[in-house]
Design a protein around this ligand. Structure first.
Ligand SMILES: [Zn+2]
Length: 356
C-alpha cells in the first residue's frame, strides 16, 4: 500500500443527492481512494476510468468518477500541486494529446469531404445551373454586368477610329457566319472598348454572348490597313468558345456558390481562409475553361479558314508587349490560364492538322 502518499481534502457528491460530503483523496499509483470522513468508509476507483479535470487557469477543478459521482476541489492550486506531485499530470497530458490527435484526424476527414464537395460539387452544380437557366436570363445577367462595368468606369468608349472598328466588325461578321450550327450560340456581339491600363491587350466574354475587345489588343494586333489580322480573329474565336461553353455564367455561379459556402462555413472568422480556397478554385476551374475555349476557338478557326499559327504569333507579340503579364483573360482570372508555352504548342499542333 502506498501509505506515504499525501491526502487531499475534497468535496464529494454521490450523484443522487445534492448533499456535499467531505472526503480525503489518496492516490495509489493506479487507483484513486476516497476516504469518507463521516463514515470512515473507503471507495476505490481505477485511475484510467477517472475523468481528470483539465488544467485551466481559473476556477475550481472537478473530477468525474466512473460511477457518476463527482469530486469538487475548491482549492485548485492545492489540487494542481497534489496531482503534479503524484505524477497525475503526465497522464493528463497524454489524455490531452490523444484527444488532440483524434481532433486532428476528424478535422482531416472533414477537410477531405469539404475539398471534394468544393472540387467536384461546385462545378457540377454550376453546370446544372447553366443547363437549367434560360438563355434570356443569362443575357440579362450579362447586360447588368456590362452596365456595372460601364457605370464603374472600368469600360469606356473606344478610341479606335470608327472606320477601323467597322472593318473589324465586318471580319467578325464573317467569322460568326462560320460557326457550326450545332453550337447553338446566343446572339454574339463583339465590342471594342477602352479598358484600364492594367488590363492591357485583352479580351473577355460576358454571360449571354457579349464579347469585349480592348483598345490595347486592337493596337497590338491590327494595323488598321488591309485584312484584319488573323490573330485578332483567333482571340475572338477563343472568346466565342467561352460563349459556347457558357463559361461566364458557370464562373459567376461557381463564385456565388463558393462565396455562400465560405460564409456558411467560416462566417466572418477569417478573411484569410476565405480568400485561399477561392483562389484555388479559380486556378483549377478556369484552366479547364481556357483549354475548352482554345479547343473551340481552334475548331472555329479551321471552319473559317484562318491559320492557327496566327495564335502563335499572338502569344509572341503579347510576351513582347508585356513580359510580366500573367494572364490573358481577366474574366476568368488573371493568373489562371494554362501556361503560354502549352497554348503555343496547342496551336502549333492545330496548324499541322489543318486541311491543306
Ligand atoms: Zn479565355
Amino acid at each position: 500500500m502506498h501509505a506515504a502518499t499525501p491526502l487531499l481534502s475534497a468535496t464529494w457528491f454521490d450523484g443522487r443527492s445534492p448533499q456535499a460530503q467531505d472526503v480525503e483523496l489518496q492516490w495509489t499509483g493506479s487507483e484513486l481512494l476516497l476516504h469518507h470522513r463521516a463514515s470512515g468508509a473507503t471507495r476505490r476507483y481505477v485511475g484510467r476510468e477517472v475523468q481528470w479535470p483539465e488544467r485551466t487557469r481559473h476556477g475550481q477543478r472537478q473530477v468525474l468518477l466512473p460511477d457518476g459521482s463527482v469530486l469538487s476541489l475548491p482549492d485548485a492550486a492545492a489540487w494542481d500541486e497534489w496531482s503534479t506531485q503524484l505524477g497525475l499530470s503526465p497522464s493528463l497530458a497524454v489524455r490531452w494529446a490523444l484527444s488532440w490527435r483524434a481532433s486532428l484526424a476528424a478535422l482531416g476527414l472533414l477537410l477531405v469531404v469539404m475539398t471534394s464537395a468544393w472540387t467536384w460539387g461546385i462545378p457540377w452544380g454550376a453546370q446544372r445551373v447553366a443547363d437549367w437557366m434560360p438563355a434570356s436570363w443569362e443575357a440579362r445577367l450579362g447586360e447588368s454586368v456590362m452596365t456595372e462595368m460601364r457605370d464603374q468606369g472600368w469600360l469606356k468608349d473606344s478610341q479606335v477610329p470608327e472606320a477601323q472598328r467597322q472593318r473589324i466588325d465586318a471580319a467578325v461578321h464573317r467569322l460568326l457566319a462560320s460557326v457550326p450550327a450545332d453550337w447553338n450560340l446566343p446572339p454574339v456581339r463583339v465590342q471594342v472598348l477602352r479598358a484600364p491600363d492594367w488590363l492591357g491587350p485583352n479580351a473577355f466574354a460576358l454571360p449571354g454572348g457579349q464579347i469585349v475587345v480592348t483598345d490595347a489588343l486592337v493596337a497590338l494586333l491590327d494595323s488598321g490597313q488591309g485584312p484584319v489580322d488573323e490573330a485578332l480573329l483567333g482571340v475572338i474565336a477563343h472568346e466565342i468558345g467561352h460563349v459556347r461553353g457558357r463559361h461566364g455564367l458557370r464562373m459567376l455561379t461557381e463564385s456565388a456558390a463558393a462565396g455562400a459556402l465560405m460564409a456558411w462555413w467560416i462566417g466572418d472568422y477569417s478573411t484569410l481562409l476565405a480568400g485561399a480556397p477561392t483562389a484555388l478554385m479559380h486556378a483549377q476551374y478556369s484552366r479547364d475553361h481556357e483549354r475548352e475555349a482554345d479547343a473551340l476557338g481552334l475548331e472555329l478557326m479551321h471552319a473559317a479558314g484562318l491559320d492557327p499559327r496566327a495564335m502563335v504569333r499572338f502569344f509572341a507579340a503579347l510576351k513582347k508587349a508585356a513580359p510580366k503579364r500573367d494572364g490573358d483573360d481577366p474574366w476568368f482570372g488573371l493568373s489562371t490560364h494554362p501556361a503560354d508555352s502549352e497554348r503555343v504548342r496547342f496551336f502549333e499542333e492545330g496548324a499541322r492538322q489543318r486541311a491543306p
